[in-house]
Structures are given as structure tokens and as C-alpha cells.
Design a protein around this ligand. Structure first.
Ligand SMILES: NC(=O)c1ccc[n+]([C@@H]2O[C@H](COP(=O)([O-])OP(=O)(O)OC[C@H]3O[C@@H](n4cnc5c(N)ncnc54)[C@H](O)[C@@H]3O)[C@@H](O)[C@H]2O)c1
Ligand SMILES: O=C(O)C(=O)C[C@]1(C(=O)O)C=C[C@@H](O)C=C1
Length: 303
């Protein structure tokens, strides 16, 4: 099986990018979309993010065989509940949320009897809204699909093929494992970036203008991440609480060890860690993961 009519709920960075990518790479697939914000719907229509921008969510999902929720993770259950009676019984329900266990639970609760197959394209930028999306966002990027136990294999394969059609590489994973892995590779780095930029701007004697003026180096990379959407990230931390707190605990212990090394002049510990982390960065570049990322859509490019 393959999908012919895809409904996208939420027309920001992710929803808009999916709509553009489908039109670009899967021209036989019809797209409808809806966003609760009228200004976003108007801009989505101007940019042609989907084939048809609908005035109501019910209209957008009415004919769909695949419905993808592209709204902040804290809103997915509520909007799915609102659209429940309009979604065709045979449609596959998916999403792009950055945390997966709580989303899977919210969707299963809001849409009992539907086939729910959550997914997470690990691709994005610090931008949001209807002007942020671009068709090449998913090229060469991972999309992690987290089917619940006993999910229909043909539908899982169809969703995987859909994402591969958009240029992504697909990996199947248990939702709990996903949340643990992403807590360290995505959620914790965002928390650190938010903290360091907040700390710098709070410091007495360091004015806002100095933060801007002297942020040409590493700090500038942190400011890019710390510019990410506040609603989205509030929801990520509240819905992946346990895994994030576990990773934060480990991070704090490691940070304390570094603090100790600095205090006692233990250069070997610092040098060994920095050597190890440099090798990790070089192996990422060697695998082409960094090069796969399009420059478009980023205000900055970390070298
Ligand atoms: N930004 C990233 O880098 C990234 C990457 C991968 C996955 N995600 C996930 O994708 C989802 C969307 O993020 P985004 O970056 O596209 O955000 P975004 O802010 O660009 O877009 C979200 C859109 O959802 C709309 N919306 C909010 N609540 C709604 C509701 N109840 N009903 C209908 N529309 C609603 C907003 O008006 C907005 O246009 C989130 O769940 C996020 O975790 C984001
Ligand atoms: O590069 C960025 O701007 C991102 O933050 C993208 C990023 C990430 O952490 O890698 C952010 C959240 C997602 O759920 C997936 C991708």
C-alpha cells in the first residue's frame, strides 16, 4: 500500500517542509493542510505549502489516508481529539513530535480504534512558522518511526516508504528508547544552550550589547540553538521529563568532574576528554552527516 492523500495539521517548519517535499518529490500524492492560526493559513496558501489549505481541520482530514500532526507535542492529543470524528476510519495517524512516548499515549487515547504510528524526523532548524519550511529539509536525515507493539506491518512499511520518498533514511525504534537517545542527542543540548545564553545575559556587568558584540565564536552557535521555538521546547521537556532528568543528572556529574580537574590543575583529564570529543566530531563529518544538512533555513552554519 502507499498513501495518496496526506493531511498535514500544523503548517509551521515541519508541516510546511513536509507539504513542500511531497509536492516536490511525490507529485502523485495530494496534500491538504490546516493550522489553527488564520495568518499562518494565509501565508501557507501564498507559499503553496500544501495543495489545498483548508479553513477547518475537519475539511483537511476528511479524505485523507495519512494524517500527520505537526503541532507542538503538548497540543497533539487535544487537536487529535477535536478532529476524531472527521478522520476516516482507515487513515493512518502519525506525527513528527520530538518526544514519542507521551505522544503515542495521547494519540491512542484521542483516537481509539485508529492505526497510530508515531514518527520523528530528526531534522530541523531554530526557525518556526509558515516561512520556515523548505522542501529539502529531510534529505539524508534520519526519520525514526516508533510503531506500537502489534502495529500492522504493511502500514509501518507504507509510512517508512513515505519518509524515504521525502529523502529521509528510516529507522524503526521503540518509543521509550527513542526518548532516551534523543534526550542526550537533542534535548539536553537545547537545555544547555538555553541555560548558557540565559546565564550570559543575566551576568552583572555583561550587557545585552556585549553579549551580541562578542558572540562571534562558540557562543554564537549556542545562541542559534537557544533561538528555537519556546512553545515547542517547553512541551518537549515536559513530555520527556524522566529521560531528560536522567541525562541531566549524568551531565551534572561529568561537569562536576571537570570542575574538579580545573580546580586541581589536572590537565590530563581535560586534554583526554577534549581529544575524545574532537574525534567524535571528526567521525560525524567523515560519515557525511554534517554535509547532508542543507545550508538553507539556517541563519548560521556551525563549521
Ligand atoms: N523545529 C524542529 O527543529 C523540529 C524538528 C523535528 C520535529 N519537530 C516537532 O515538530 C512539531 C512542530 O514543530 P515546528 O518546528 O514545525 O513548529 P512551528 O511552530 O513552526 O509550527 C507549529 C504550528 O502548529 C500550529 N499549531 C499549534 N497548536 C495547534 C493546534 N492545536 N491546532 C492546529 N495547529 C496548531 C501553530 O500555529 C504553528 O503554525 C513539534 O511537535 C516538534 O517537536 C520540530
Ligand atoms: O538543528 C537544529 O536547529 C535542531 O535543533 C534540530 C533538532 C535537533 O536537535 O537535532 C531539534 C529538534 C528535533 O526534534 C529534531 C532536530
Amino acid at each position: 500500500m502507499s498513501f495518496e492523500r496526506v493531511a498535514i495539521i500544523g503548517l509551521g517548519l515541519l508541516g510546511g517542509s513536509i507539504g513542500l517535499a511531497v509536492q516536490d518529490r511525490l507529485p502523485g500524492v495530494a496534500t491538504t493542510g490546516w493550522d489553527r492560526d488564520p495568518a499562518t493559513r494565509a501565508r501557507a496558501a501564498e507559499r503553496g505549502l500544501v495543495g489545498t489549505v483548508c479553513e477547518t481541520g475537519a475539511e483537511a482530514v476528511a479524505q485523507a489516508d495519512l494524517v500527520i500532526f505537526c503541532v507542538p507535542v503538548g497540543a497533539i492529543g487535544e487537536v487529535a481529539g477535536e478532529l476524531a470524528s472527521a478522520i476516516p476510519a482507515g487513515a493512518v495517524i502519525s506525527d513528527v513530535g520530538s518526544s514519542k512516548q507521551s505522544v503515542a499515549e495521547a494519540l491512542a487515547k484521542a483516537l481509539p480504534g485508529h492505526t497510530v504510528i508515531p514518527a520523528h524526523p530528526v531534522a530541523g532548524t531554530e526557525r518556526s512558522g509558515p516561512d520556515a519550511g523548505f522542501a529539502s529539509l529531510f534529505l539524508g536525515r534520519w526519520c525514526i518511526v516508533t510503531p506500537p507493539e502489534g502495529a500492522d506491518a504493511a502500514k509501518v512499511a507504507a509510512l517508512s516508504a513515505f519518509w524515504e520518498g521525502l529523502g529521509a533514511k528510516v529507522e524503526l525504534m521503540d518509543a521509550q528508547h527513542h526518548d532516551l537517545v534523543l534526550a542526550v542527542t537533542s534535548h539536553l543540548p537545547h537545555l544547555i544552550a538555553y541555560t548558557i545564553v540565559g546565564t550570559a545575559s543575566d551576568l552583572e556587568g555583561v550587557t545585552q550589547s556585549e553579549v551580541i558584540k562578542y558572540s562571534a565564536g562558540g557562543f554564537r552557535d549556542f545562541t542559534r540553538i537557544a533561538a528555537s521555538d519556546p512553545t515547542m521546547w517547553r512541551d518537549v521537556f515536559l513530555t520527556n521529563k524522566d529521560a531528560v532528568l536522567e541525562m541531566l543528572q549524568r551531565f551534572s556529574e561529568d561537569l562536576t568532574a571537570l570542575q574538579r580537574a580545573i580546580r586541581w590543575g589536572d590537565g590530563d583529564t581535560l586534554f583526554d576528554l577534549f581529544t575524545r570529543t574532537r574525534a567524535i566530531r571528526r567521525s560525524i563529518i567523515a560519515e557525511g552527516q554534517d554535509d547532508a544538512r542543507p545550508d538553507f533555513g539556517r541563519s548560521d552554519h556551525a563549521g
